[in-house]
Design a protein around this ligand. Structure first.
Ligand code: FAD
Ligand code: FES
Ligand code: FES
Length: 483
């Protein structure tokens, strides 16, 4: 059983034993697995990089209160072992079959009635996103619907009828044949999940480790220091789907429960490294509004449902969207190995372009953010070519504490302005102790310009980046000026 991935599909437990299925490898994506069956070809490959949503599926797993939680995700970026112990739902599963008669699910029926579909390429993915809304929302707002459809591209029909389909279909609190069968599915999932032995999935070319406890994860990390660590795999999977890289050793942390906690501790909010970006987004609405704001324009729901905060920090991308906000909040990263643990400032953790302070036997286990005092003014900004589904050209997160009219403390952190997320320390120094007024901010903008030498690339010219960064500071001033 150690070499076997098990999940529920079509109402039954499916087993994939990689020593027997030679056409599959441990890092076969769920998309490619499904497309190997004639009865599951509804799912499509459009881009293989998480942009188009043609491959959208829904995964159900046991959540709090023993209820199933339904999430949309892009199957092109998810490796088969990542759905172990979960229910895989495809577009072929959602119609109702009763007495050998098939009738459309409410979301499918409404897509027909509103003329929401033209082609078979985007429609299955769109239907799955509508199904995701259906299972999670009663009378969703237009904002919720648009957000859930951000990751589904259609170049022809236009979104109006699709949004109308969602508004008309999602009125029954998610009630459907999945609700009726929930207890049976939960029983099947419990059967799979009762075995928590680490999965060691092997074929001739790959070794894939999937632990179910942190201690196992740390042991495997020590024993296999060269294994590629994945959490949501939204960064890593692209190396396979776009660059054809073969991963010989993988350590998959997506089922380690200790990495999936959010707790309040010693005046800090502690996010386990495996907490998804969507969970962080929802949790931070009131606690860290600047973090919430930037996560509202992070990828699509399909990406946010799997991408993790640990993965965003671990990728150390100069345009990683959580990083400037984590800098502004003076976050810390907890690193654990089998025998030790240490906590490092986020600024010290990011060492260079996609380089971190992580050493061979360590894992990122927590992202610790001090609770924000009310006296601090914090805001974040993302500049990208499109509002939705785009990576940052420039981003900024700023924190300010005033003492009367004067700047008592200021942090100005930028993404996209250097090879790493970087603070404008000279500009911060210049402003500290000075009056928070336009004249001083305009002087500071000149220092800011000298502090960075941004690159020109496909996304923008260096001059644009420089001007944008200065104007973000001005915007922050205008939003926080006292009179
Ligand atoms: C379509 C699309 C849109 C995107 N949009 C955005 C966006 O708007 N903003 C943005 O910032 N990013 C975006 N990304 C990038 C990506 O989704 C994020 O960086 C995400 O947070 C990565 O998390 P993950 O769990 O998927 O990471 P993974 O791919 O699993 O891992 C990323 C890196 O972190 C390391 N790592 C992960 N977990 C650990 C751990 N516990 N300990 C040590 N190392 C670890 C991995 O080894 C790897 O180097 C997008 C990606 C795609 C495909
Ligand atoms: S194929 Fe385009 S998002 Fe997966
Ligand atoms: S109807 Fe499929 S791309 Fe527009």
């Amino acid at each position: 059983m150690k070499n076997t991935v098990r999940f529920v599909l079509d109402g039954k437990i499916r087993e994939v034993d990689f020593s027997k299925y030679h056409e599959l490898k441990p890092t076969t994506t769920v998309l490619n697995y499904l497309r190997s069956f004639p009865e599951h070809k509804g799912v499509k490959e459009g881009c293989a990089e998480g942009d188009c949503g043609a491959c959208t599926i829904v995964i159900a797993e046991i959540g709090e209160n023993e209820r199933l939680v339904y999430k949309t995700l892009d199957s092109c970026l998810v490796f088969l072992p990542m759905i172990h112990g979960k229910q895989l739902i495809t577009v072929e599963n959602i119609a109702v079959i009763e007495n050998n008669e098939k009738s459309l699910h409410a979301v499918q029926q409404l897509m027909v009635e509103t003329n929401g579909s033209q082609c078979g390429y985007c429609t299955p993915g769109i239907v799955m996103s509508l199904f995701g809304i259906y299972k999670n929302h009663q009378n969703p707002t237009r904002e919720v619907i648009e957000d859930a459809l951000t990751g589904n591209l259609c170049r022809c029909t236009g979104y109006k009828p699709i949004i109308e389909a969602a508004q008309k279909a999602c009125v029954t609190n998610g009630d459907d044949h999945f609700s009726k069968n929930e207890i049976e599915v939960i029983d099947l999932l419990k059967k799979i999940n009762s075995n928590t032995d680490t999965l060691i999935l092997k074929n001739k070319l790959q070794q894939y480790f999937k632990p179910f406890t942190l201690s196992e994860a740390l042991r495997l990390r020590k024993e296999n220091p060269n294994a590629i660590i994945i959490n949501g795999s939204t960064d890593i999977a692209l190396r396979q789907t776009k660059k054809n890289e073969l991963f010989t050793e993988i350590l998959d942390l997506s089922s380690v429960p200790e990495l999936k906690c959010i707790k309040e501790e010693n005046n800090n909010i502690v996010f386990g490294a495996g907490i998804t970006i969507e969970q962080v987004r929802n949790y931070s609405i009131e606690k860290f509004p600047a973090l919430n704001k930037i996560l509202n324009v992070f990828g699509s729901l399909q990406i946010r449902n799997v991408a993790t905060i640990g993965g965003n920090v671990g990728s150390a991308s100069p345009i990683g969207d959580t990083l400037p906000v984590l800098f502004a909040h003076c976050a810390k990263i907890k690193l654990q190995s089998e025998n030790s643990e240490r906590i490092v400032e986020i600024e010290d953790f990011i060492k260079g372009y996609r380089q971190t302070d992580l050493i061979n036997d360590e894992l990122i286990t927590e992202v610790i953010i001090p609770k924000s005092e009310k006296t601090y003014l914090v805001n974040s900004y993302k500049i990208s070519k499109r509002k939705d589904m785009d990576i940052s050209t420039v981003s900024g997160a700023f924190k300010l504490k005033l003492n009367g009219e004067n700047v008592d403390e200021i942090i100005l952190a930028f993404g996209g302005m250097a090879a790493v997320t970087k603070r404008a320390k000279e500009t911060e120094k210049l402003l500290t102790g000075k009056k928070w007024n336009r004249e001083n901010v305009e002087t500071a903008m000149k220092t800011l310009e000298k502090e960075f030498t941004p690159l020109s690339d496909a996304r923008s010219e260096a001059e644009f980046r420089s001007t944008a960064a200065k104007n973000l500071l001005l915007k922050f001033y205008l939003e926080t000026k006292q009179n």
